[in-house]
Design a protein. Sequence first.
Length: 220
Amino acid sequence: MDYALIAPYLPDLLSGFWITVQLSVITLVLATPIATAIALGRDLGPRPLARALAVLVNVVRLLPALIVLYFVFYGGPQLGLRMKPMTAATIGLVAMGAAYMSEDIRGGFSALDRGQLAACRALGLPFGHALRRVLLPQALPLIVPPYMTRAIIMVKGTSLASMVSVADLTAEATRASSITYQPYVFVLLAGVLYLALSGVLVAFQAWVERHLRLRYRLAR
């Protein structure tokens, strides 16, 4: 790999990588509690709320991710909502992430025996206490693998932000490729950086699963 070719574009690539990291962290931090609330609302909430949330989740899931981003970025000004590209990309990615993650989280809770919640209510335990002490310890081992897989997919999905004028890693690699006519070099470099970022999540998943096994004495 020719360093002299890469050197002029390296600062922009690293800047784009930092934007990708920021976008990934913000998306995961915001999408997770929203997805959890949606999952609990659908699984344990009243039927009208569950149906409304189901419709909302399925609409977002059935739309292509790029269409969602375009709708937020280009449709917002039509409604009088002018947003910066980073803000629009964050809203779109959070909406998609929350919709998909809510299904992963709901699947974990749905696998539990509903009688446990009824027993907690009969004992007079507050819902928050029952959720934290009874349901969540059993659901977490079921939720973590699909949730972390979804998180990795979401991190890679941040590359779509380049389509709405966000100068992320993909945008900078594409720009450098178009100038130098050396796409292989910059695509390879971008791939290595995405691999490193996703690798952090893989390592985190392994740590969480090991921690859960030790804490709840789960069988291997």
